[in-house]
Write a protein that binds this ligand. Structure first.
Ligand SMILES: Nc1ncnc2c1ncn2[C@@H]1O[C@H](COP(=O)(O)OP(=O)(O)O)[C@@H](O)[C@H]1O
Ligand SMILES: [Mg+2]
Length: 325
């Protein structure tokens, strides 16, 4: 993929981007359950034609486009290997944590940090929005970060301190972080909807952070009766982020606050607050736990390509660091 090139083409990201889909066809498709590229990619031309009232030939074309957009085709194992070798990594600032992650946060992947309040989720996000700017040989991607803040916990003062701690020019670093506060879940969804245009216009964006991805959804769709809607909305939102990461070779990092105490209300502490499963989205999940003082423990949860294990790191004034022996 042309990472080095300074342009990004607008690519097909959703059903509405498929060629020849006008508003009427689009609403028919959605009404009939064809609201995702995935659902169109696996449809038969006959079904799609009947559902949307379009000629079979148009349906065939749309299905082909959806499959191409999703890159659904036979690949050799060697191609898969080469695709993985194209994945780039951003250092988190601690060798121990990088080691746990197989070298750092990956592009084309959504990485979730979940854990209790104060476990270091936001500090890691702040650190990553600085580290993405580092030169390649220092563990960065020489890129910019987009920071979607839902809880109002972003602090430019921390960015300044972390940048200074990395020996970087603080104003330059702060200038390369595009910040937005999402006021509610609809706003959060709308921001991500519009992100594609921004990413296409600015190919140097290499990292997208949503801190936290889940809090608005939890607050707005509280209660058992809202569980299904919440899950559906959140799933769609997260899949959109995953799709962006894959298409544009970005790292996406989300956070998710969970209860610290297993005896409180919701059972299993590794599960998200407010229900058994908050969402289903592929990617790498890292659990963070508080330890003594400024020490934190990270653990990988069900990542097929990463070995199980733990890493210990510390949060300092300068950011995320290894524990000094
Ligand atoms: N300037 C700082 N110097 C050292 N540690 C800090 C600093 N700012 C925040 N921290 C540490 O980070 C912790 C908060 O972590 P944070 O990432 O905000 O938690 P959360 O998981 O809730 O997002 C604080 O409890 C503190 O230990
Ligand atoms: Mg936080």
């Amino acid at each position: 993929m042309g990472e080095k090139s300074e342009t990004r083409e607008k690519k097909i990201k959703s059903v509405s981007d498929l060629s020849g889909i006008g508003p009427t066809t689009l609403s028919k498709l959605i009404e009939q359950g064809y609201s995702s590229l995935e659902s169109i990619a696996i449809a038969t031309p006959q079904d799609l034609s009947a559902a949307a009232g379009i000629p079979i030939t148009v349906a065939q074309k749309i299905i082909k486009e959806a499959r191409e957009a999703l890159d659904i085709r036979f690949k050799t194992a060697l191609e898969l290997k080469q695709e993985r070798q194209n994945i780039k990594k951003i250092t988190v600032g601690s060798q121990s944590l990088d080691g746990l992650l197989g070298g750092g946060i990956e592009t084309r992947t959504m990485t979730e940090f979940f854990g209790e309040y104060g476990s270091g989720k936001t500090q890691i996000c702040l650190q990553l929005s600085v580290n993405v700017q580092l030169p390649n040989d220092k563990g960065g991607l020489e890129g910019k970060a987009v920071y979607i803040d839902t809880e109002g916990t972003f602090r430019w003062e921390r960015i300044e301190a972390i940048a200074r701690g990395s020996g970087l020019d603080t104003d330059t670093v702060m200038n390369n972080i595009m910040y937005i506060r999402a006021v509610n879940s609809d706003h959060q969804i709308a921001i991500v909807d519009e992100l594609q245009d921004m990413i296409v216009k600015d190919p140097s964006i290499k990292l997208v952070i949503v801190d936290s991805a889940t809090s608005h959804f939890r607050a707005e769709y509280a209660g058992r009766e809202n569980l299904a809607v919440r899950q559906q909305k959140l799933n769609r939102h997260l899949h959109q982020l995953i799709r962006l990461s894959e298409i544009y070779d970005l790292a996406v990092v989300i956070t998710n606050q969970v209860m610290a105490r297993p005896d409180m209300f919701y059972g299993d502490p590794t599960q998200a607050v407010g229900g058994h499963t908050l969402y289903h989205a592929p990617g790498v999940r890292i659990q963070l736990k508080k330890s003594r003082g400024n020490k934190r423990i990270a653990r990988v949860v069900d990542a097929p390509h990463l070995p199980e294990g733990e890493a210990v790191f510390v949060i300092t004034e300068e950011g995320i660091r290894d524990v000094e022996e």
